[in-house]
Design a protein around this ligand. Structure first.
Ligand code: MG
Length: 457
């Protein structure tokens, strides 16, 4: 069972993205709307994050859908996973105007399939072909589409998450939420309140200029959140990226939790009560596999990108496997009982449930996890794919994996070397049980790579 990566032209791993007005123009989203309307005629839900360019781009996209005869359901501002949930429950497809974690000047489009997952590679290539040949048919006056506003549907998403949990697991728990002025201002505080938490917020007013922090929830950007957590004796702080499909955490002592540790902690919690497969990309720290296997579960690895995780989860389920959890080592986690996409609001709710069940502080739980160290570096080179081929030959005697790039697996550490699809660089990651052993492996791989590149040029 292997979901393969195919190179697309315009769309990347998470939709099309770029600087609004320059790369992502109203003309482009109009064309995407027409192409999508031609490919998926029917009822299409449209949403956007809080970016200032969201109105412009969403209106152009809706015009394209309407011109090709679609019925547009405008869900307004909402998290990407909320739109995915709404599409899964009610509609024939969706389009989300968002640039996720990118800076405020960026924007983009993610296309949602009827099952709520992001559009896969083969379908996206078909959409790109429709865009390129401009063959989308604009309907005559009596066949154009209609539009309705449905801002209330966001409540269904909130209720769906709350319904995953019994009672009020957050009773007596203070939690600080940093939605980063993004769409989760409308959802995560409401979800946690419904679970019984006392909720405080920072950057809790929707604002596309992002006055408090950038949409990427970095440790530096979350210093304000960390200070609020400790000042209020909160159980934890949770922050989202610009479209709230990811959630990252601050523990009760004000420390930023590395996202692989977050993933491992929730994996361990799920694996205690359910037995089955956890799905994640080859780039995720082995810490997840260690806790899953210790609890009697297994890990299935995919290419890098949440869409490959989501599709593999579905394929494994369809083949009769029990799939209990999935996600990436960046705070993007997938709870298959809820839906097959990363969901930041669901992740925040899962943390409340985990803390209620364990009755321990988050900082103590993190300390109990196995120790792993990760090094992530970039190597600038236009010869990425050639370099990886030569490295494959160089390490031919070792245990390797070719799911995405080259993974070299040793007893207590691994290295992953991948060429970027969009930039002239190669990414090198090393994950190890010791800082020194990890650094030694990284130095060795880097030296091999530099020697090969010197011989190439
Ligand atoms: Mg995102």
């Amino acid at each position: 069972m292997a979901v393969k990566k195919i190179q697309k032209k315009l769309f990347g791993t998470n939709g099309v993205r770029g600087i609004a007005g320059k790369e992502i123009t109203p003309e482009l989203t109009l064309s995407i709307g027409k192409a999508l309307g031609t490919m998926r005629p029917g009822k299409i839900a449209v949403g956007r994050d809080t970016r200032t360019t969201g109105f412009v781009l969403a209106n152009a996209l809706k015009a394209g859908l309407l011109a090709t005869g679609c019925e547009v359901i405008d869900c307004g501002v909402l998290p990407t996973p909320a739109l995915q949930y709404i599409v899964k429950e009610h509609y024939d497809g969706g389009a989300m105007i968002t640039a996720s974690h990118n800076p405020p000047e960026y924007n983009g489009v993610k296309i949602i399939e009827p099952d709520g997952t992001e559009m896969g590679d083969e379908e996206t290539i078909r959409l790109e072909e429709l865009l390129a040949d401009r063959s989308s048919e604009v309907k005559p006056w009596d066949q154009v589409g209609t539009e309705i506003a449905a801002p209330h549907l966001i409540d269904e998403y909130v209720q769906a998450i709350v319904g995953q949990f019994e009672g009020k697991p957050g009773h007596g728990m203070t939690v600080v939420v940093d939605p980063g002025s993004g769409p989760a201002c409308q959802t995560t505080p409401a979800i946690l309140q419904a679970l019984g938490c006392r909720v405080l917020t920072i950057n809790g007013i929707m604002d596309g200029t992002f006055p408090g922090r950038l949409p990427e929830p970095s440790p530096e950007g979350l210093e304000g959140l960390a200070a609020m957590v400790t000042a209020n004796n909160a159980a934890f702080g949770v922050a989202h990226d610009g479209d709230a499909d990811r959630a990252v955490f601050i523990d009760d002592k004000g420390n930023y939790i590395e996202e692989n540790h977050e993933f491992a902690l929730i994996t361990r919690h799920i694996c205690i009560t359910k037995k089955g497969v956890v799905v994640t990309p080859v780039s995720t720290s082995q810490i997840v596999e260690l806790v899953a296997e210790a609890a009697g579960c297994t890990v299935h690895y995919t290419p890098v990108g949440s869409i490959y995780v989501a599709r593999t989860m579905r394929e494994l389920l369809n083949s009769g496997k029990k799939v209990i959890f999935g996600g990436e080592g960046n705070g993007g986690l997938i709870f298959p009982d809820h839906q097959f996409c990363r969901d930041g609001g669901m992740t925040a709710a899962a943390m409340v449930s985990l803390l209620a069940a364990t009755r321990q502080n988050l900082s103590a739980l993190i300390e109990q996890l196995p120790t792993r160290y990760m090094i992530k570096e970039k190597l600038a080179t236009p010869h990425g794919s050639q370099l990886i081929k030569r490295l494959e030959k160089h390490y031919v005697g070792e245990s390797t994996d070719h799911t995405d790039g080259l993974k070299i697996k040793r007893s207590t550490s691994w290295a992953l070397i991948r060429a970027s699809g969009t930039e002239p660089l190669v990414r090198i990651m090393v994950d190890s049980d010791g800082q020194e052993s990890g650094q030694a492996m990284f130095n060795e791989i880097q030296k091999s790579a530099l020697d090969i590149l010197a011989a190439l040029t």
